[in-house]
Design a protein around this ligand. Sequence first.
Ligand SMILES: Nc1ncnc2c1ncn2[C@@H]1O[C@H](COP(=O)(O)OP(=O)(O)OP(=O)(O)O)[C@@H](O)[C@H]1O
Ligand SMILES: [Mg+2]
Length: 245
Amino acid sequence: MKNKLISYNIPPMQYWTDCEEMTANGHLLIAGSTGSGKSVLLNSCIYSILKHSPVKAQFAFIDLKYVELANYKHLPHTLAYCTELQETINLLDACIYEMKRRYNLMALQGKKTFDGSTLYIVVDELADLLLTDKNTIKNQLQKIALLGRACKVQLICCTQCPNKQTIPANIIENFTTRVALRCMSAVQSRQILEIKGAENLPRYGQGILRNGCGYTKIAIPLTPEIEIKKRCRFWEQAIPKKIRQ
Ligand SMILES: Nc1ncnc2c1ncn2[C@@H]1O[C@H](COP(=O)(O)OP(=O)(O)OP(=O)(O)O)[C@@H](O)[C@H]1O
Ligand SMILES: [Mg+2]
């Protein structure tokens, strides 16, 4: 009876072979406890973007752990790769400037949506980032979370299970797509999904997805590192960085 709430509210398990849909609809937040597979899912999402819409994607990576996202450093799609706090603040400012530029362009063209590339801002360990300089980063993220969607500036963040002190609720609310991996407690599960249940998931490999359609239990795909490296090498050789920008 432990899983009662999940089995009651959530349709039968759906197996996802890639993460295209997850990254296509607004900001994505991945949360879970240590070792629950956040980085695995984050990498699968990036891989999926590179596979399905490589021509329409740009990336800005924020990797305070230095190594998690290093595979993507030299991709032609990568506009920035930050490992330091000050760099990150400057990068987020540049992203906000880019949003304004895109809105101005949309206004000039009389359009409500932007039809250029999607700029994905990828953050591994959002809670760490917010702990280092809470107010500046929080304000920047709030702006991006609020205004980014229409102009295709999209956040993909993963974080240790948040609490109200580390990640404010109004930032979490702006993530239209949220995936909870295994959490430590029902309180943490509620913080991310607004329902309990993620505390009963296996150690890794499964998650609960919350999006506009409700809740779905999902299997988390692991993309082998060798596949990621192969695809990155392909793009690095296909389009030398200087030409694309
Ligand atoms: N979907 C999965 N399928 C198979 N193995 C997985 C899966 N997800 C995670 N693992 C295993 O669990 C390990 C830890 O995963 P990962 O590094 O993504 O966790 P994390 O949540 O990012 O941890 P941390 O909080 O320490 O950064 C992986 O190296 C892998 O061996
Ligand atoms: Mg990780």
